[in-house]
Design a binder for this molecule. Structure first.
Ligand SMILES: *[C@@H]1O[C@H](CO)[C@@H](O)[C@H](O)[C@H]1NC(C)=O
Ligand SMILES: *[C@@H]1O[C@H](CO)[C@@H](O)[C@H](O)[C@H]1NC(C)=O
Ligand SMILES: *[C@@H]1O[C@H](CO)[C@@H](O)[C@H](O)[C@H]1NC(C)=O
Ligand SMILES: *[C@@H]1O[C@H](CO)[C@@H](O)[C@H](O)[C@H]1NC(C)=O
Ligand SMILES: *[C@@H]1O[C@H](CO)[C@@H](O)[C@H](O)[C@H]1NC(C)=O
Ligand SMILES: *[C@@H]1O[C@H](CO)[C@@H](O)[C@H](O)[C@H]1NC(C)=O
Ligand SMILES: *[C@@H]1O[C@H](CO)[C@@H](O)[C@H](O)[C@H]1NC(C)=O
Length: 451
């Protein structure tokens, strides 16, 4: 008995010792009053291991009231290291051209513990020994297992309120994981203390998304007033609509789709042609005619976005050692791991169905926020999805103010603790584009306060 007990203790605290990060250039962690852990969480039944980064909160770590925020980036196939090193973590590339990490005054760990997961296991530094085609429901299963694995290695955080947060395709990952947690809680004694979710520019109805993108581009004068999109409004899967999308791309290709008023880091590609375009745009503008997204390793992956700093940082061998990740893996922001192609099949109708189910879950807070300068998942797409759900508006569209009474954006309240918020002038990566407002939304939401 005693021996088993001791072994258990060693097992429990093992990762917390092994995975503790001592140095994250140029920062020496001894200078900070919180710790960062980085390493792998494995799920045994399918031989996959997930790279995670756990950032303790700057507030009293022993307090069970401090929320734990699980953050996921989207894609599918993009790494949550984007969230860690560009958006909400304590050390970030503050500006696009920064070559070195800087302290983030608006880090979300000022008010919460942060858990970043590179998921599914074909992403970033995570390991997947199998030749898998990932899908939504299996990804949610795996995320739940990894979360349980996290709790078994960090049991002192099991009681803390859990929040799921993320952006873009995480608009699918998060509700599906929330639903799995809810079902798990119905069966188990050791319940997961899930309180709510916050999703930025999240996908909802993938079938509708390409239409929203065109409408948004027209409304923002990115396409000529005479540009006709009616064929797409009639049938998004038609060949005519594909032509319209191609024409739209030719006109808008030097506009940063993730931040339409931001800078586009654009390089004319040598062999740029129509076929490449159709392949690539189907993946990244998420046109799911065949419901299949095959994300491969390509440069156009995140058009116009500056990614050199984070890629250089994470591919530095010494930095890989500091983060306890597999040195043989070349890290890509999106999609590739282990020289294997990353394959993912989406199930477009699933997200709306699960969102509707979650709305019946008492005490569950949902914040959907959209940077209003994003054309990839435009705010209008999220609003129209909400109009399809069986909910009622409890508070009409109104402005909210941040930063010395400046307009932050607009918000609308719904029944079932759901709130929709726009963030004025922010793009797809809201916490990167407007750190102050994103932090404000987080803190208000965690505290159950109005905007
Ligand atoms: C970090 O600081 C500690 C304490 O000052 C020191 O012992 C350690 O060598 C430093 N680490 C690095 C990599 O500089
Ligand atoms: C996991 O790996 C072990 C050892 O390589 C192998 O025997 C087993 O079949 C694998 N399991 C799965 C689900 O692939
Ligand atoms: C940790 O340091 C930050 C400032 O860097 C401070 O605001 C916070 O109160 C400190 N936390 C604790 C628990 O002392
Ligand atoms: C992975 O599976 C695909 C079919 O889904 C097959 O074409 C390919 O050869 C497989 N690759 C490996 C390394 O097994
Ligand atoms: C998702 O993948 C799992 C495991 O490969 C498989 O069992 C399941 O049928 C797939 N679901 C869908 C909807 O394709
Ligand atoms: C998703 O969008 C398509 C295309 O606009 C629409 O036909 C369908 O009803 C939408 N589904 C839901 C659940 O709202
Ligand atoms: C977070 O919100 C709470 C409650 O409104 C407030 O007391 C606190 O000052 C806020 N924290 C920060 C860091 O802004």
């Amino acid at each position: 008995m005693i021996q088993i007990l001791i072994l258990t203790v060693v097992h429990i605290y093992g990762l917390q010792i092994e995975d503790k990060v001592t140095y994250l250039p140029p920062f020496n962690m001894t200078d900070f009053n919180f710790s960062i852990f980085s390493g792998y969480l494995s799920i045994t039944d399918s031989n996959q291991s997930f790279h995670y980064v756990f950032v303790q909160s700057q507030i009293n770590n022993l307090n069970n009231n401090v929320p734990l925020v699980l953050w996921l980036n989207g894609g599918p196939g993009c790494s949550s290291m984007i969230g860690f090193l560009q958006e909400i973590g304590p050390f970030v590339f503050l500006n696009d051209d920064d070559e070195s990490l800087q302290f983030n005054e608006y880090s979300w760990n000022r008010v919460a513990h942060l858990l970043f997961l590179e998921s599914p296991s074909g992403v970033g530094f995570s390991h997947n020994p199998l030749n898998i085609t990932f899908n939504d429901s299996q990804t949610a299963d795996h995320n739940l297992k990894v979360l349980q694995e996290f709790y078994s290695n960090y049991p002192e955080y099991q009681k803390n309120p859990l929040w799921l947060a993320g952006e873009s395709y995480a608009g699918a990952y998060i509700p599906l994981l929330a639903e799995k947690i809810k079902k798990f809680n119905d069966l188990e004694v050791a319940v997961i203390n899930l309180q709510g979710m916050m999703i930025g520019n999240g996908v909802t109805n993938l079938t509708h998304l390409p239409i929203s993108q065109l409408i948004y581009q027209k409304e923002h004068q990115l396409l000529p007033p005479t540009f006709d999109i009616t064929a797409c409004e009639k049938d998004v899967t038609s060949e005519e609509c594909e032509d319209i999308n191609y024409d739209a791309w030719k006109i808008t290709k030097r506009i940063n789709p993730y931040d339409i008023y931001g800078y586009c880091y654009y390089e004319e590609k040598e062999n740029e042609n129509e076929l490449d375009w159709i392949q690539e745009m189907k993946q990244f503008m998420m046109i799911h005619n065949d419901n299949i997204v095959k994300v491969t390793n390509h440069e156009l992956g995140v058009p116009c976005v500056q990614i050199d700093n984070i890629q250089n940082y994470l591919n530095d061998v010494q930095n890989k050692r500091y983060l306890h990740v597999d040195e043989n893996i070349q890290w890509f922001m999106c999609s590739k791991s282990h020289n294997k192609q990353f394959k993912y099949v989406s199930d477009p109708p699933l997200v709306m169905k699960v969102l509707q189910e979650l709305l019946n879950f008492d005490l569950f807070t949902i914040l959907l926020y959209n940077g209003d300068a994003d054309s990839v998942v435009p705010w209008i797409d999220t609003l129209q999805a909400l109009q399809k759900l069986k909910i009622t508006i409890t508070e009409q569209w109104r402005p909210y103010y941040v930063k010395n009474n400046q307009l932050g954006g607009y918000t609308q309240g719904y029944s079932n603790k759901l709130r929709f918020v726009t963030v004025r002038g922010a793009g797809h990566m809201v916490p990167q584009n407007d750190r102050i407002t994103a932090f404000y939304l987080l803190n208000q939401t965690l505290n159950g306060e109005a905007l």
